[in-house]
Each structure stands twice: as structure tokens, then as C-alpha cells.
Design a protein around this ligand. Structure first.
Ligand code: FE
Length: 286
């Protein structure tokens, strides 16, 4: 066998294709659970992906009143509307269209996430990124960037917004120093346009299409809007837009390969650590 062939990047194929599931969270926010559902429990290192998108205030107005987090990171990316965030350490801010907030909850924060609007469209995503055991009790940290600070790279027939990680052409996202060394791209392609990106072998990852439709991998698996495509093994991802064009998130990160113990807003490695988190929260130690 030819040695150079052995070294050729292996194109990642779709290993699982699934629609999201309607869910309700917070004080009654209607959303679509894409990762963290019965169909896809997690895509290591990602614990959850929710999409929210509604112009009916009843679907979002109740928001997410005060609640704790420990052991992972929450990433909020807003496409339309505005959300106000406020925590128990005095951090407060509003994020609007195209803005992103990457919050490393670490050892613990208590915060609220509430719509900063009474009507109109609210749309966006929240991703939960796991932290390795060694970083679960790290100090809380925020990286918050307005749309104007998100890197944008023009493609032939499209563009990619880079929130975290680096494209093959060298465009680097503003979010840095994340334990799992993730890629978080928002890619928009016109009819027939292509996007190709190296994704390290050790990354777990997925594509979530939210407009139009794309074809993924050498097998050209069709992934329509509202569908999650979990990526199989390989070192790069190839995407071609369908005739309608397509817009999707490409998200990947270093797999942790650690035990995961979930307890609502706490994600630790063991059951005992989750119980400890509940005790610490109830005792006001967050
Ligand atoms: Fe939260």
C-alpha cells in the first residue's frame, strides 16, 4: 500500500442522523433539544445542544430564572432577539444578534438568563461543553463577544463565522484557552458551495443544520434543516450545500473519555461529586 495514501486525511462520514426533540426547560421555555436527548445522550465532550426559536412570547418569556451550574461550560449564541444574563458574582450583560457568551461555570455560579424583550423573535443556541476532571472546580470565567468581534471568513459561495478554533485558512475565533480546544463555526453556503475543514482525530463533533440543507462526507449524506449529523472518525470534514444552500453549526472538541455523572445543572465525574454540588449549592457555597 502507498504510504502517502495512509497519511491522506480521512473524511468524516455521518455516524448518526437525528432530528431534535421538543423540550421545555427553565421556567417553561419551549426549545428543541438536539444533543442531550434520548436519541443522542452526548457527543463527547458536548453534553447538550438546545435550539430556541420562536416569535411567540409565551414560548420564551418565562426565561431561565436563577439556577446553578458546576463542572462544565455553557455557550450561548444568539441569532435574533436579546437575552440578559446576571449572576451571583455581580456579572451582568445583554447579548443580542450574532453575540456569543462562553461561560466556564467551573466550581459554580448561580445565574439567570432572561429574554430582554416582550415580543418578537428570539432565536439562538445553547451548548454545554464538558470540563475535564482536572478543571471542573476551576474559577468561573466569562468570554463574551459582540457580533462585531466574531471573526468572519469569506468562502467561495459563502462565509464562516468563527467563534472558537481556527479555520484551515487561518481565521481564528475570539474565544480562547478552552480545555477541550474546540471548533465552533457558523457556516453559511449558497447553492452548490463547499466547505472543507480539518478536524483533529481526537475530536468528537457534529454538524447541526438550521437553514436549507447540506451533504456531508464522501458519502454525501443529506442533512436537512433541523437535523443533527454526528460525525464519525476522521481528520477532516467536507460539506457541500444543496441547491437551496444551507447554514449549519460545525462543533467539535477533544473527547474527554471520562465518566459523566449528570445531576440536572451539575455535571461531574461521579455521583458523590454531584451530591456534593447539591449540598454546596444548598449551603450557599457557590
Ligand atoms: Fe444557565
Amino acid at each position: 500500500m502507498n504510504v502517502s495514501l495512509d497519511r491522506a486525511p480521512i473524511v468524516r462520514e455521518v455516524s448518526q442522523l437525528t432530528p431534535g426533540m421538543a423540550a421545555s426547560d427553565g421556567a417553561g421555555v419551549q426549545l428543541t433539544r438536539i444533543v442531550g436527548s434520548p436519541m443522542v445522550d452526548m457527543v463527547d465532550p458536548f453534553l447538550l445542544l438546545d435550539a430556541f426559536g420562536s416569535d411567540k412570547p409565551g414560548d420564551y418569556i418565562a426565561g431561565f430564572p436563577d439556577h446553578p451550574h458546576r463542572g462544565f461550560e455553557t455557550v450561548t449564541y444568539i441569532l435574533a432577539g436579546r437575552m440578559r444574563h446576571k449572576d451571583n458574582a455581580g456579572h451582568e450583560g445583554v447579548i443580542g444578534p450574532g453575540d456569543v457568551q462562553w461561560m466556564t461555570a467551573g466550581r459554580g455560579i448561580v445565574h439567570s438568563e432572561m429574554p430582554e424583550q416582550e415580543d418578537g423573535l428570539l432565536m439562538g443556541f445553547q451548548l454545554w461543553v464538558n470540563l475535564p476532571a482536572a478543571d471542573k472546580m476551576t474559577a468561573p470565567r466569562y468570554q463574551e463577544f459582540p457580533a462585531s468581534q466574531i471573526a468572519v471568513e469569506d468562502l467561495e459561495g459563502g462565509r464562516v463565522k468563527v467563534i472558537a478554533g481556527k479555520t484551515d485558512a487561518g481565521t481564528e475565533g475570539p474565544v480562547t484557552d478552552i480545555s477541550t480546544d474546540p471548533l465552533y463555526f457558523d457556516v453559511n453556503l449558497i447553492s452548490g458551495a463547499r466547505f472543507s475543514q480539518s478536524v483533529p482525530d481526537q475530536h468528537g463533533g457534529f454538524i447541526y443544520v438550521f437553514e436549507g440543507s447540506v451533504n456531508v462526507g464522501a458519502d454525501s449524506t443529506e442533512v436537512p434543516a433541523g437535523t443533527l449529523a454526528v460525525l464519525g472518525e476522521g481528520s477532516r470534514v467536507d460539506v457541500a450545500a444543496s441547491e437551496t444552500g444551507g447554514r449549519f453549526l460545525l462543533i467539535s472538541g477533544n473527547r474527554l473519555n471520562e465518566p459523566v455523572a449528570r445531576g440536572g445543572p451539575f455535571v461531574m465525574n461521579t455521583r458523590a461529586e454531584v451530591l456534593q454540588a447539591f449540598q454546596d449549592y444548598q449551603a450557599g457555597r457557590f
